[in-house]
Design a protein around this ligand. Structure first.
Ligand code: PEP
Ligand code: MG
Length: 588
């Protein structure tokens, strides 16, 4: 048995297909100085074609796995615009009279060697990105065909030295049973993408194989534990087959829960809604039994295009979502760009601290024309379902009042135009900035509901950039400061008699359930893929026991203690630490 890194869960059994490495035969003649301009033109043409291709893959991939994973390709586009990378290539052509493809190859080798020297996982991943983009550019410059994967044969386990996001994007999950890579780890882009696609992946086998894997070799692998067995004997194949069947059965059983009500063993009902950013994601959420949409991230409607979407275009999407969801609520959040989300056609200022900068409601209030277009479209859709309106990143009463005043103008305009809308549309805000928590009692008198955005709240409370992998280990949703902020928000909402939900990633972590039960939160919204596991946990939880665990967590002084308590409770499904008792898992 070879031990690699379990990077995407799941068991696979099958024959290997070894992906050949990209090998290029490069011209070795010098470029005639009079032809340098032509060489540059070839380079720019190659860059343009590569960009078009990456944009295409990004769009396709977004449809399958969602916007976050597909944003990997933004990093690739950025490399093709990177002034340092590009000037290195241009310099080699100009000063050494080398052909464009030779210059690209030398620049890739230079940067990859530099990043590889650094003992930093994140930088090593950037080296993979540079290689990926560089190889794409080389392919266009040389007119070389892409390595084709077998698609008309038996399904296979793909074996590669390293797999780039571009290569992964081209895979057909029906044929790829699993992936084994020599390089990479849990946080590499390919692993994130494999998890989103549901393909098991074991990474990091470099130097662990006594003989290289050959195409046609029989393999078994477990993407959870990282175990790989080459040429397994019959009993190992039997063992893995049983494990795989068990996993499939578990997934199938979970899917049976789609239409089951989400209620604890002692009768506490939770409403589990979906976070969506497209109609495709809505379909997935509905398939997994979402009771409405707790967060519609509308910014994704504004992406992958050349200009702002019109009132009509937005209305069509909001209406479709409202109609599909029917009587359940759809919380439409107004544009939340800035931070890590950008629009190609809307130049945001270069900022030192984009997450503390020109973002979300701040942009909407500044660009009233754009804001009004969106509010008009949302209001027009409000007569087609149970639509609620939500403003992101609120940090003051003035912002809410200003946003509501603009909403009032929009309503007046619609009335004049004779267009029907829901005059009593519930208006809420995201609580994701510590200032909003501290004045949540005042804010609660201005709005109809709160939704706690823990992704941003955690980063702002702890001063830990949610995008910075170097400090990712400090990003603790269970930090006592975060828990106190959440409790303060909930109490303010309860005192004012308004509803409060949680829509950040914390809601998707089933271990958090005791916290919500103790606080009296009954509305959670999460990514569609997380709905069934949270429902399963709910069905197997006794709220009375969970509350006792949560009480201890709210008193705890460290994140690690809270995390340990919650993990233990989720695993045992039982009562607080130290009691020794266990609750039997409820059968599905
Ligand atoms: C959040 O911040 O928790 C949230 C749900 O919003 P987003 O992840 O879109 O910033
Ligand atoms: Mg947010």
């Amino acid at each position: 048995m070879i031990q690699g890194i379990g990077a995407a869960a799941g068991v696979a059994i099958g024959k290997a297909f070894v992906l050949p490495n990209w090998e290029w035969s490069l011209p070795d003649n010098e470029v005639n100085p009079v032809d340098l301009a032509k060489e540059f033109e070839r380079l720019y043409e190659g860059i343009r074609t590569s960009k078009d291709e990456i944009e295409f893959i990004k769009r396709e991939f977004r449809e399958v796995v969602g916007p976050e994973e597909s944003s990997i390709f933004d990093a690739h586009l950025a490399i093709l615009d990177d002034p340092v990378f590009m000037s290195e290539i241009r310099g080699i052509i100009e000063r050494q009279y080398k052909a464009a493809e030779v210059a690209v190859k030398e620049a890739i080798d230079h940067f990859v060697a530099m990043f590889d020297l650094l003992d930093d996982e994140y930088m090593k991943e950037r080296a993979v990105d540079i290689k990926d983009v560089g190889n794409r550019l080389l392919k266009h410059l040389l007119g070389a065909p892409e390595v084709t994967l077998p698609s008309d044969t038996q399904p296979y386990i793909l074996v590669a030295k390293e797999l780039s996001p571009s290569q992964l994007a081209h895979l057909n999950p029906t044929y790829v049973l699993g992936i084994v890579t020599m390089m990479g780890g849990k946080t590499s882009h390919s692993s994130i993408m494999a998890r989103a696609l549901g393909i098991p992946l074991v990474a990091g086998l470099e130097n662990k194989l006594s003989n290289p894997i050959q195409t046609g070799d029989m393999l078994v692998m477990d993407g959870e534990t990282g175990a790989v067995q080459l040429h397994p004997d019959e009993s190992t194949v039997r063992e893995y087959t049983q494990m795989r069947e068990k996993q499939h059965k578990k997934r199938e059983q979970l899917e049976l829960l789609s239409s089951v009500e989400s209620v604890t063993k002692d009768g506490v009902t939770l409403r589990l809604a979906g976070n969506i950013s497209s109609v495709k994601e809505l379909n997935m959420a509905l398939k997994y039994g979402a009771e409405g949409v707790g967060l519609f991230r509308t910014e994704f409607l504004y992406m992958d295009r050349d200009s702002f979407p019109s009132e009509e275009e937005q209305f069509e999407v909001y209406k479709l979502v409202a109609e599909k969801v029917g009587s359940n609520p759809v919380v439409i959040r107004t544009l939340d760009i800035g931070g890590d989300k950008h629009l190609d056609y809307f130049q945001l200022p270069e900022e030192q601290n984009p997450f503390l900068g020109y973002r979300a409601i701040r942009i909407s209030l500044d660009r009233k024309d754009m804001f009004k277009t969106q509010l008009t479209a949302i209001m027009m859709a409000s007569s087609y379902g149970n639509v609620k309106l939500m403003f992101p990143m609120i940090s003051s009463i003035e912002e809410v009042q200003e946003a509501k005043a603009i909403l009032g103008e929009v309503m007046e305009d619609l009335e004049k135009r004779g267009i029907p809308f829901d005059r009593n549309i519930p208006v809420g805000i995201m609580i994701e900035v510590p200032a909003a928590v501290m004045i949540s009692d005042s804010l609660a008198r201005e709005v109809d509901f709160f939704s706690i955005g823990t992704n941003d709240l955690v980063q702002y409370v702890l001063a830990v950039d949610r995008m910075n992998e170097q400090i990712a280990h400090m990003y603790h949703p269970y930090h006592p400061a975060v828990l106190r902020m959440i409790r303060m928000t909930v109490e303010a909402a309860q005192d004012a008699g308004i509803s409060v939900s949680v829509c950040g990633e914390m809601a998707a972590d089933e271990r958090s359930l005791p916290l919500w039960l103790e606080l009296g939160i009954s509305d959670l919204s999460m990514s569609p893929q997380s709905l069934l596991k949270v429902k399963h946990r709910t069905l197997n939880t006794l709220a009375s026991e969970a509350r006792a665990v949560a009480k201890a967590c709210f008193k705890s002084r460290t994140s690690s203690e809270t995390e340990a308590q919650l993990t233990r409770f989720a695993v045992s499904g039982g009562i607080p630490l130290g009691s020794g008792a266990e609750t039997k898992e409820r059968t599905l």
